[in-house]
Design a protein around this ligand. Sequence first.
Ligand code: HEM
Length: 257
Amino acid sequence: MNSTHAGMLAADAIRPRASRWPARLDVAQSVSGLLLALFMWGHMVFVASILVSKDAMWTITKLFEGYFVFGESYPGIVSVIVALVFGLFILHAGLALRKFPANYRQYSLFGRHMRGMRHEDTTLWYWQVLTGFALFFLASAHLWWMLTHPGMIGPYASADRVWGDHFWILYLLLLFAVELHGGIGLYRLAVKWGVFEGKDPAASRRRLRAAKWTITVFLIALGLATLAAYVKIGIEHAPQRGERYTPAWVQHEGGES
Ligand code: HEM
């Protein structure tokens, strides 16, 4: 064995084998983000049902509480759903930590890079980091409250919280943070995994960006209208705060338990 060969063998022994874990963690981050984004679309339908009517929102709430299956409300079911979403959120946030700039040097290098490039996708990534950081706190506050007060959801219960307990402030910030974050996240996911990539990648990226902004603006507008509806009901209902909503067609005592 000559010395060069021996040297190569020694180098091979020292160099760790390329790990598959970074790739696995990347896939886990993409999948958990996609599931959270899909959940948020369902969440928007559920919460925005107040724009249809109080009865519509009441019915969806009761559906989640198992009322139409068991004939009685079990808010514990809501807590189980919240716990699952919370778990997914924590997993996604934990995985995202790997991508955060870790110190001042990395931040200033990235800032210089972003200003120099003036490339929309790089700027979008920066906004995703900022909104993601805000979501650590905003989403945790909301999820913790829902986890521990699952029976306090409904047309009046929610409106009392939004207006009477000043949750509209949290929700306003949360709405912008989550819609910007989710919109950018889905766009980046599509670019990263080459979804909808036609023959001309530049053209399909332009189309993706246009679709992304359309969806984000639509969801923010719908969210603001929804929030305004809860605020309106909350103001009107303030004198009877704590009283629950029961649709006229429900002959069951307690209604919105
Ligand atoms: C299973 C978990 C969740 C449940 C049961 C839930 C439930 C609700 C309910 C009932 C409301 C209406 C207001 C109220 O009652 O206080 C609401 C509003 C809201 N939630 Fe959630 N939520 C969940 C997860 C999330 C997550 C993960 C986010 C975002 C990260 C989020 C963002 C919002 C926003 C922004 C509003 C304000 C309404 C709007 O402007 O559209 N929620 N949520």
